[in-house]
Design a protein around this ligand. Structure first.
Ligand code: HEC
Length: 405
């Protein structure tokens, strides 16, 4: 039991590490290509079929890049594709969803005060939101609406706001934000997997066969690329949001998430304009800052509590343990001044990370977290401000490990 919990925590860290690495590779290459594309210049005397070119200097050498809209006169022997950055990010992200939110569904996915459901139902619902999100998005892009970039984006935004609202009525605030990010990121990755790469393959095959490719394939891919470009920054915010309960665990969390999409678009618009050498729209930063202040203000509305935490049957064993009375004393004495509905510790205004440890049920529900944060490691209490002793830590460990047997 103990070995498994420790292994699981490290697995979670390893998958997270991988996800950040692949995410950097994907976002890095896609931002690079967007900037490259916008910065291309034309000059007389370029090779036949070349649309534009750019000189760059990096790492001790000069790069001369030329863009061919369809293909060069001769297909190059070696062609580098950019797709695994995206697929690996999605796969590692999905693995993390399983490790954190499905394995820890009781704590992180399902909130009985929002919508009571069993763990399997929660997981099915989570998978369904991600799948349906892509289907709805894809159908909208293929519909007549898809002909207008702006019209499509406005409707998609409306859909995203609706999804944000809906998710906060299904899951914990933390999971709602994560799912909004996962739905958006799935759309981005599926754009690469289902549309951009297949369309590029058709074009390449046509060129190899000496046929003239239909330009519609490039146009469709371009629109999906544009969406990916604008969706990147909001996804990053949503993925990081679980560290900041003021974002995800307050009354207007879905409004906050909706505004974050606008901020992301504003900031991308700034860089896209600068990279295209079309000016310096600093107003976008001002608008983003104003929206951020509105978000801060919205987050001061506390979440209305609708009920008491109930211990699930899985958590009952921790209350039934003979060690529990002593554990309760330790937690109430060393943790609850911060981890309470209304913390009394100076400078702490909300239960840190939404972890409330003030009732038997709540303590039992967080047994694994208490074990990892204050038993096995010394992360809690921070700087040991409440002076928990080594003996008390040892008791937290034996309580958790013993109850799990
Ligand atoms: C002085 C206030 C304070 C005390 C006392 C305190 N905590 Fe915390 N706790 C925090 C803060 C602040 C965070 C958020 C840390 C962060 O942002 O990484 C936190 C986070 C946590 C988390 C969530 C960690 C995560 O990353 O999800 C757990 C679980 C936790 N504390 C358990 C405990 C336990 C158990 C005790 C008592 C042994 C305790 N805390 C005592 C302030 C406190």
């Amino acid at each position: 039991m103990m070995d498994f919990v420790i292994f699981w925590d490290w697995l979670s860290f390893a998958v997270r590490w991988l996800h950040v690495i692949t995410g950097i590779a994907w976002i890095g290459s896609s931002f690079y290509f967007v900037a490259l594309d916008l910065g291309l210049r034309q000059r007389p005397g370029m090779p036949v079929g070349a649309f534009g070119e750019e000189w760059q200097v990096h790492g001790g050498g000069f790069y001369h890049i030329q863009k061919y809209l369809v293909a060069p006169a001769e297909m190059p022997e070696h062609l580098t594709w950019f797709k695994w950055e995206s697929y690996a990010t999605w796969l590692s992200g999905f693995a993390m969803l399983c490790v954190v939110y499905y394995a820890g569904a009781d704590l992180f996915l399902i909130d009985p005060n929002v919508l009571p459901m069993s763990v399997p139902t929660g997981i099915l619902l989570s998978l369904a939101t991600i799948g349906v999100g892509w289907v709805v998005y894809d159908l909208l892009c293929r519909s007549p609406l898809g002909k207008s970039d702006t019209g499509l984006m406005l409707v998609l935004y409306g859909v995203l706001v609706f999804i944000a609202w809906g998710l906060t009525h299904l899951f914990t605030g933390r999971a709602a934000f994560l799912h909004l990010g996962a739905i958006t990121a799935t759309i981005m990755s599926a754009n690469v997997f289902m549309v951009i790469i297949p369309n590029q393959k058709i074009v390449v095959a046509d060129l190899i066969a000496g046929r003239k490719p239909d330009p519609k394939y490039g146009k469709i891919a371009k629109q999906r690329s544009l969406h990916n470009n604008y969706l990147t920054l909001p996804v990053l915010f949503l993925m990081l949001s679980n560290h900041y309960p003021l974002a995800f665990a307050t009354e207007f969390n879905w409004v906050i998430a909706s505004l974050v999409f606008i901020i992301g678009v504003l900031i991308r618009h700034y860089f896209n304009t600068v990279h295209a050498r079309k000016g310096n729209p600093t107003w976008t930063w001002l608008a983003a800052a104003i929206l951020f202040v509105i978000i801060i203000w919205l987050s001061t509305a506390p979440k209305v509590l609708t009920g008491e935490a109930k211990a699930s049957s899985a958590a009952e064993v921790y209350i039934a343990s003979a060690d529990f009375p002593a554990v309760r004393d330790i937690v109430l004495g060393r943790c609850s001044m911060c981890h309470a509905q209304e913390p009394v510790y100076e400078g702490v205004y909300q239960a840190p990370k939404g972890v409330v440890l003030d009732t038997d049920a709540a303590i039992a529900k967080h047994a694994r977290e208490i074990y990892l944060q204050a038993g096995r490691s010394h992360a809690m209490p921070p700087a040991n401000v409440t002076e928990i002793s080594d003996k008390e830590r040892a008791l937290l460990v034996s309580w958790f490990e013993g109850a799990g047997k």
